[in-house]
Design a protein around this ligand. Sequence first.
Ligand SMILES: Cc1cc2nc3c(=O)[nH]c(=O)nc-3n(C[C@H](O)[C@H](O)[C@H](O)COP(=O)(O)O)c2cc1C
Length: 107
Amino acid sequence: MNRKSRSSVEMNDPNSRPAIGGPAVDLAEYDTILLGFPIWWYVEPRIVDTFLESYDFTGKTMIPFATSGGSGIEKAEHSLQTHCPKAVWKKGKLLNHTDAAKWAKTL
Ligand SMILES: Cc1cc2nc3c(=O)[nH]c(=O)nc-3n(C[C@H](O)[C@H](O)[C@H](O)COP(=O)(O)O)c2cc1C
């Protein structure tokens, strides 16, 4: 709720693209990508948009999953597809109070 907090500053600016640390990912190793994040103001945090815009996801199967304080994942799913239209998006899953590893094994 602090308007000067990092999350407030990032989420108030749709063009914010926080940098991702660490080495780049070699996408050639992956056909299917499980993309997990906390819901921030009904959508994915901007750093997830940084990720989506940093690589060519053409033809990759993407499965989003999220945690939240109660909001659904639908608005985030729409936003993800807008930021990364070339991926093949599968239905996402809200994993509040759920065993994520167990869910992943059902895919
Ligand atoms: C900046 C910010 C915005 C959030 N916006 C929402 C929201 O719109 N809807 C919701 O249900 N929860 C919201 N939350 C709660 C987070 O989704 C929840 O804390 C998170 O999924 C749990 O993971 P954590 O333990 O890493 O915070 C928000 C949290 C933060 C920090």
